[in-house]
Write a protein that binds this ligand. Structure first.
Ligand code: HEM
Length: 246
């Protein structure tokens, strides 16, 4: 038997059986999840700003607030009959929410797997990015509570919920101190979530300019503070007795 070893540069140094299989590309690809987060997140920010404008009508009075809620239900009548527009809008929001939560959780799991214990110890992450998954899940719980409370009028709603009196439902709900506190705390968490979210949209969609980043950073903070303070003022005004029924 010959002991001579022939050097073959094209030969594979590791026998194929011992070589770990190449990691398949993850599905859905990470870039697609990030774009989904950015697009659906932007839809939510637009909704929150639109919703805030409507919420502030509570300071004008019951009639105005209820008129606005009624207007929303019959938007684009008679082109789209009944509450067709509202239901189409709700469908877009529900689909966006499912995609946003799915993409967010998938990205979070992938990032955890990719990061070793060593990297995790030395990684300096900003408060917003580290808490996105948790603030996001709390906001999700808030949305479920909020819809049961003020739209559906079941389980967590204040006694005497009336489908056609959005103003009274709102006041009676916020007259409960625990509920007012819950709304207040959630508004603060929403501010943290959306300020970091708006900032991420620019990164995920490829914005790199220093100036652009500075503008978006300031804008994200300003939008978050305005939304939080303005929304927060409503449960506080009810608790202090500035907003009442009748
Ligand atoms: C203190 C702040 C807020 C107030 C006073 C408020 C008030 C209301 C009211 C009165 C309704 C019921 C409208 C109707 O059925 O006619 C409603 C629905 C809703 N709100 Fe809010 N809201 C607040 C904050 C938020 C935030 C921060 C979000 C999102 C994260 C949100 C998401 C929703 C959604 C998804 C609905 C259901 C819309 C529908 O399908 O009819 N709200 N809100």
């Amino acid at each position: 038997m010959s002991s001579e070893t022939t050097y073959r540069p094209d030969a594979d140094p590791i026998p194929s059986a011992a070589r770990p299989a190449a990691t398949p590309a993850p599905f859905p690809p990470t870039w697609a999840l990030k774009v989904t987060m950015a697009v659906t997140g932007s839809i939510f920010v637009a909704f929150i700003l639109f919703h805030l404008a409507g919420n502030l009508k509570v300071y004008i009075g019951a009639e105005d607030f209820n008129h606005y809620a009624e207007w929303l239900r019959h938007l684009l009548n008679p082109l789209i009959p009944g509450s067709g527009f509202l239901w189409a809008f709700r469908a877009v929001m529900a689909i966006s929410l499912v995609l946003h939560v799915y993409s967010g959780i998938t990205l979070w799991v992938r990032a955890r797997r990719a990061r070793g214990a060593h990297a995790r110890r030395f990684l300096v992450r900003r408060l917003g990015s580290r808490t996105m998954i948790w603030t996001g899940l709390i906001v999700l719980c808030f949305i479920v509570f909020h819809i049961l409370d003020l739209t559906v009028g079941k389980i967590v709603a204040a006694p005497g919920f009336a489908p056609d009196d959005a103003y009274s439902n709102l006041i009676h709900s916020f007259e409960r101190p625990a509920v007012a506190l819950f709304y207040g705390l959630t508004m603060a968490l929403i501010a943290v979530h959306i300020s970091h979210g708006i900032w991420s949209v620019v990164n995920d969609l490829g914005g790199t300019g220093t100036r652009l980043r500075a503008v978006v950073f300031a804008l994200a903070g300003a939008i978050a503070v305005v939304v939080a303070v303005a929304n927060l003022s409503i449960p506080i005004a009810v608790q202090l007795g500035f907003l009442t029924v009748g």
